[in-house]
Design a protein around this ligand. Structure first.
Ligand code: C5P
Length: 240
């Protein structure tokens, strides 16, 4: 894991709310302790770049989670546009193949104009909502773990900086792809927290121990009675 990331900068809070006002309230409350917020397709479809600007205006960084997957030229266009918004992290589906990933990586670098502002480009390997039967349905015969590693390796070779991975894939990816490949892990639940619809969860401390560079947390923070306290507790748990 890149040693330069401080513990307090490893937490990404998912802004999974319906309105920009609600999201802005959460960012306002948390911005003193949380550095990165995830803007997903719900908020972005409703509010577009205003959602990104709202986070930037409060002094924090954005993980733009739009999971692009299209022909290389179209994805390159989308990545270029996202990079121009000044976001910290973006993602694409590794299943789009090496040409699409290469085009996306080139577009991210080009939009940043050689500065260190290039967004971190992450790949999604196999959606965590898919099991062996579901990937079989779309013609994938390999075991899920093999497919995840194969896609992560393909992505790394084509220019991805890292992947989004479920907690139980994190250590496997870390072992196979090396220490400099970034791993972002959702599905995090602090000890004793509600799991909601997440089936395979891990605590913040265990995720970092398994090799996660960043963890994504939504409901355990945004639905907490005291979101600031919940975020601080998670940061502390990671430090342990
Ligand atoms: O509320 P919760 O902590 O489960 O939110 C996790 C966030 O991470 C959500 O925004 C969800 O869409 C996202 N995510 C995930 N699993 C993935 C990829 C993204 O839970 N494999």
């Amino acid at each position: 894991m890149p040693e330069s990331i401080k513990t307090g900068e490893r937490l990404i809070v998912a802004l999974d709310m319906k309105t920009l006002d609600e999201a802005a309230l959460t960012v306002k409350k948390l911005a003193a302790s949380v550095r990165i917020f995830k803007v997903g397709m719900g908020l972005f479809t409703s509010y577009g770049p205003d959602a990104v600007k709202m986070v930037h205006d409060k002094g924090a960084k954005v993980f733009l989670d739009l999971k692009f997957h299209d022909i290389p030229n179209t994805v390159a266009h989308a990545v270029r546009s996202a990079a121009k918004l000044g976001v910290f992290m973006i993602n694409i589906h590794a299943m789009g193949g090496s040409d699409m990933i290469t085009a996306a990586a080139a577009a991210a670098a080009e939009a940043a104009g050689g500065s260190d502002k290039k967004p971190i480009l992450l790949g999604v390997t196999v959606l965590t909502s898919m099991d062996q039967a579901a990937i079989g349905e779309i013609g994938v015969e390999r075991k899920i773990e093999e497919e995840v590693i194969a896609l992560a390796r393909l992505g790394k070779d084509a220019g991805l900086d890292g992947v989004v991975a479920s907690p139980n894939e994190t250590s496997l990816i870390r072992q196979n792809l090396g220490k400099d490949f970034i791993v972002v892990t959702p599905g995090i639940r602090p000890a004793g927290a509600e799991k909601g619809d997440q089936k395979r969860t891990m605590t913040p401390a265990d995720a970092v121990r398994a090799g996660a560079d960043y963890i994504v947390v939504g409901r355990p923070i945004i639905e907490a009675k005291d979101p600031v306290e919940a975020a601080k507790k998670i940061i502390k748990e990671m430090e342990s």
